[in-house]
Design a protein around this ligand. Structure first.
Ligand code: AMP
Ligand code: MN
Ligand code: MN
Ligand code: MN
Length: 280
């Protein structure tokens, strides 16, 4: 069975490896097909595609779009998108601009809490400030000694109810799916167990997502326990959705799964790549 990893991040968003380093790392982990899915940006795809060709890895253009659904943030992965599609390009740019405004708001909150210089710190961690996320704040707080690692710093400072959390308006679910579909991609709900939806809200989301043109959910992801993977495998079958597999790798030492090093899809799932001729 080919080793397929359809969710990971580079320095273009909040990963630690450049697109080239990421692909080189994938090659050492025997990944056959890789999608780079940076948050709200497609700027790493060209470099990653060139590096993948060098390593004989099949490369899939991807993105992970931040979206709102009923006041909750969802992540929608797009696979096989056209990174030059004007609607997608413009939509992602507006999300990144919103992120910069949010970063200023996060820094203001942390200032009030006695933590100073976090905008500059997060900006520096992001490279060129093109996309600033909570992970860049988390790394700054770890650098300043507020917690021992990114995971614990999130819990203490950056999640709902904590000093550095600010509510934020992302794209709508409708827009995110529309940008992906219009650019020729396949929309996938990332790490569905993370949203902690009850049975009826989950059904409503899956039905709405499907009606909008969404086609798949992640079944295997670092955010799922083995039980949750089986549960979402059943949901995918019940709802006629395809199943995806991705590590959500952000970098060595920061991620639960290494690239390509996670369980296979459970039996009975129809893989999101089932009709991609290059891997059949
Ligand atoms: P943002 O899109 O800026 O809100 O940041 C979301 C990113 O933060 C996710 O993609 C993860 O990389 C990271 N993240 C979110 N929650 C946690 C957590 N509890 N522990 C570690 N990283 C997290
Ligand atoms: Mn991330
Ligand atoms: Mn995500
Ligand atoms: Mn991700």
């Amino acid at each position: 069975m080919p080793n397929i990893d359809l969710h990971c991040h580079s320095t273009i968003s909040d990963g630690l490896l450049t697109p080239t380093q990421l692909v080189e790392h994938a090659a050492t982990r025997a990944v056959d097909m890789l999608a780079l899915t940076d948050h709200d940006d497609v700027a790493g795809l060209e470099e990653a595609r060139l590096a993948a060709a060098d390593k004989s890895i099949t490369f899939i253009n991807g993105v992970e779009i931040s979206a709102d659904w009923r006041g909750q943030t969802l992540h929608i992965v797009g696979l096989g998108i056209d990174p030059d599609h004007p609607q997608l390009v413009q939509g992602l740019k507006s999300i990144r601009d919103g992120r910069t405004a949010r970063a200023h708001n996060i820094a203001t909150q942390l200032d009030k809490f006695g933590i100073h210089g976090s905008f500059e710190g997060a900006y520096a961690n992001s490279g060129d400030g093109r996309l600033i996320g909570r992970t860049h704040f988390a790394r700054f707080l770890v650098q300043q000694g507020y917690a021992k690692d990114v995971r614990s710093v999130f819990k203490k400072y950056l999640v709902k109810g904590k000093p550095g959390y600010v509510p934020h308006q992302w794209a709508s679910l409708n827009e995110a799916v529309d940008w992906i579909c219009s650019s020729g991609g396949r929309a996938v709900i990332a790490h569905p167990a993370r949203y902690k939806l009850g049975k009826s809200a989950l059904d409503e989301l899956l039905l709405e997502f499907r009606a909008l043109g969404g086609e798949a959910i992640e079944v295997i992801t670092a955010s799922h326990t083995p039980e949750q993977s089986l549960l979402f495998a059943r949901h995918s079958q019940r709802m006629g959705l395809l199943a995806s597999r991705g590590s959500d790798f952000h970098g060595p030492g920061e991620s639960y799964f290494d690239l390509g090093r996670m369980p296979d899809l459970p039996a009975g799932c129809t893989p999101v790549w089932h009709d991609w001729t290059s891997v059949m």
